[in-house]
Design a protein around this ligand. Structure first.
Ligand code: COA
Length: 250
């Protein structure tokens, strides 16, 4: 699993790259645990000034691993890794940037609500099919999404389950800039380096003033997670997971 998350430091910028290519970056418990650890370590290290999250070409993330979801519902042992990761994002005191290309489903969409700047490519589609899976929105998105994009757009994306193109996501405030696939990493890292060069204390204060109250966000992440923990056992969720895992393809 070690290779499913790559952590790299480039100067004062820490890059966390989701790298489970064959599964379109569906996120497992071990992947969440490694990402949480990296964010916390980078936050505690004065040599790191900024975090950047990337996926692989064509797949930022296909969301939580659905086989893991089904297993939680069966053995009752959900694990705390995904919540730990989300809390690490919520509590990060350093800028979080993302570069998104292609598939961005579920948590592949909601990670970006924690980011200060998200760059996306024209072929990116954001999708959050929580309701169709019998679940509820996560990652604090019930708090942050209406604030960032307005209630109706948040409801369309996270409850109705409409996919948003990169253009729609930019119009909604979920994306800062749309850039070509070949310049995604360069443009994201260039913004990260510019932020890393700002006076760190002023940056920390400005960020904290502009973002939702951190502990309120953590509380909401936990409340949503409790609901999801219950929903995972529901017949409607288990039927949706089994349908995905048992689907027939040509
Ligand atoms: N959990 C587990 N496995 C997943 C996955 C997920 N969330 N998303 C994709 N995969 C797996 C597929 O089962 C497939 O595995 P296989 O090659 O061993 O059969 C592999 O990743 C590639 O996916 P595939 O569906 O063939 O790619 P695609 O480009 O046709 O479609 C998606 C990509 C993301 C649209 C589609 O895989 C999908 O809808 N995934 C589920 C997304 C989801 O509901 N996530 C949870 C949100 S809360």
């Amino acid at each position: 699993m070690a290779d499913h998350i790559l952590v790299e430091r480039r100067g004062t910028v820490q890059i966390v790259r989701m790298n489970r290519v064959g599964k379109k970056n569906a996120l497992t418990r071990a992947m969440y645990a490694r990402m949480a650890e990296a964010i916390r370590e980078g936050d505690a290290d004065p040599a790191i000034r900024c975090h950047v999250i990337f996926g692989v070409p064509g797949a930022f993330s296909a969301g939580n691993d659905i086989a893991d979801f089904l297993a939680y519902g069966t053995d009752g042992e959900r694990g705390t890794e995904s919540v730990d990761f989300l809390i690490a994002l919520a509590r990060s005191e350093k800028p979080l940037l993302s570069g998104v290309d292609g598939i961005a489903v579920g948590i592949g969409t909601t990670i970006n609500l924690h980011c200060d700047l998200t760059f996306a490519t024209p072929r990116t589609v954001f999708r959050a099919p929580f309701l169709d899976l019998g679940l509820v929105p996560e990652a604090g998105s019930t708090l942050t999404a209406p604030r960032i994009m307005g209630y109706q757009r948040a409801f369309g994306l996270f409850v109705l389950g409409d996919g948003f193109s990169a253009e729609e996501a930019k119009a909604s405030g979920l994306v800062y800039a749309i850039v070509g696939e070949d310049e995604l990493e360069e443009r994201t890292l260039s913004a990260a380096n510019a932020l890393a060069a700002k006076p760190p204390e002023a940056l920390r204060i400005a960020r904290a003033l502009m973002r939702p109250d951190c502990e309120e966000l953590v509380k909401r992440i936990r409340v949503e997670s409790d609901h999801i923990g219950e929903r995972l056992h529901s017949a409607e969720a288990r039927a949706a997971f089994s349908a995905f895992l048992g689907r027939k393809r040509d």
